[in-house]
Design a protein around this ligand. Structure first.
Ligand code: PHE
Length: 348
């Protein structure tokens, strides 16, 4: 009876104190109070030596029961505390997935890149290869091998930026003609276009010191001015619309003979006359011609066997027309306020 009372008292005391336990630390203190070196249960077991031998067994059983009970209760409390701690942690780390996300900044394709890609697609569909050449090229490739020897007066029209006597920023994409013919060691027929940046000593609203050209070269047997004409008419209509008319005017380039300049009906007024076309109804878009025999010969093609045509539009003007750009210099200043206007707009 007495032992039962004692056990009940201990358990009650434990239960009472457990109510105030909030943390693992508190629990550890409590555990020490009961089972530690000087603990209540420990002290009880020290009494064993005072117990008469015949009762020792029973007393041991009693001690054990208490120990198990105490441990069970402490363990249960520990599980409770851990559960609470986890819940608090989960609550404090909760992410509110209903918050709207921060928008990421998207870039867009530059208007010039769009024009270049459109033209490349057109010419690739006609069996052309797309090539690229360096923006720094030699005097030899840019002029001499295009039938413009040193001192030739036509060099003035394409004055550019020289790095030294031999190297310069290319004033046109025509050196791609030389490079392609020379690289073609088997001297097979050629059909290439070469888009790229070119440089000149110009700077006003319609002329930039840097602009884009799109060179074309076709070399083969029986290639004539008629092929050039058909190709350029297709080019103008695809890019500017089926109604576009094309006009060929005789011109002069040292690397083509005959040479022509090509006009298209004004993109803005359709040919009636406006400020863009200076009331003429026409806009000049490119130079072209039949490849000069000297140019073929200097790059290893026999002009008796092969003929060819070449053309070289400046394509900034097409972008200006297509996207309503009024100052060519805006194309190259990379002002985000300008470039943004060509972004695809998000529909909310
Ligand atoms: N390269 C010439 C220019 O920049 C254009 C051109 C290219 C003319 C090919 C004829 C043939 O003005």
């Amino acid at each position: 009876m007495e032992k039962n009372m004692e056990r009940e008292n201990i358990i009650k005391k434990l239960e009472n104190e457990l109510k105030n336990v909030k943390t693992k630390n508190d629990l550890a203190t409590l555990k020490a109070e009961f089972l530690g070196k000087n603990g209540i249960v420990t002290n009880l077991s020290l009494k064993m030596k005072e117990i008469p031998n015949e009762e020792k067994k029973e007393y041991g059983k009693f001690l054990n029961e208490i120990k198990v009970l105490v441990l069970e209760k402490i363990e249960a409390k520990n599980t409770d505390i851990e559960k609470n701690e986890l819940e608090t942690k989960l609550n404090s780390e909760k992410i509110d997935i209903t918050l709207p996300a921060r928008r990421s900044l998207k870039g867009s394709i530059h208007p010039m890149t769009r024009i270049v890609e459109e033209l490349e697609d057109l010419f690739v569909s006609m069996g052309y290869d797309v090539v690229s050449g360096p923006e720094i090229d030699t005097d030899l490739n840019c002029f001499t091998k295009l039938n413009l020897p040193a001192g030739h007066p036509a060099r003035d029209a394409q004055d550019t930026f020289y790095l030294d006597d031999d190297y310069l920023l290319r004033p046109h994409t025509s050196p791609a003609q030389v490079r392609t013919m020379e690289a073609n060691t088997l001297k097979e027929p050629i059909r290439i276009v070469c888009p790229g940046k070119v440089y000149r000593r110009d700077d006003d609203a319609t002329h930039s010191h840097q602009f884009m050209q799109f060179e074309g070269l076709v070399v083969g047997e029986n290639i004539s001015l008629a092929d050039l004409k058909g190709t350029l008419e297709l080019f103008a209509k695809k890019l500017l619309g089926e109604k576009t008319k094309v006009r060929f005017r005789p011109s002069y380039f040292p690397f083509t003979e005959p040479s022509c300049e090509v006009d298209v009906t004004c993109f803005k007024c359709g040919g009636k006359g406006c400020s863009l076309c200076k009331q003429t109804g026409w806009i000049e878009v490119l130079g072209a011609g039949v490849v000069h025999p000297n140019v073929l010969r200097m790059s290893g093609y026999d002009p008796e066997k092969y003929t060819g045509f070449a053309f070289g539009p400046g394509i900034d003007r097409f972008a200006m027309f297509k996207y309503g750009i009024t100052d060519i210099r805006q194309i190259y200043t990379n002002d985000i306020r300008f470039l943004e206007q060509f972004d695809r707009k998000d529909v909310e």
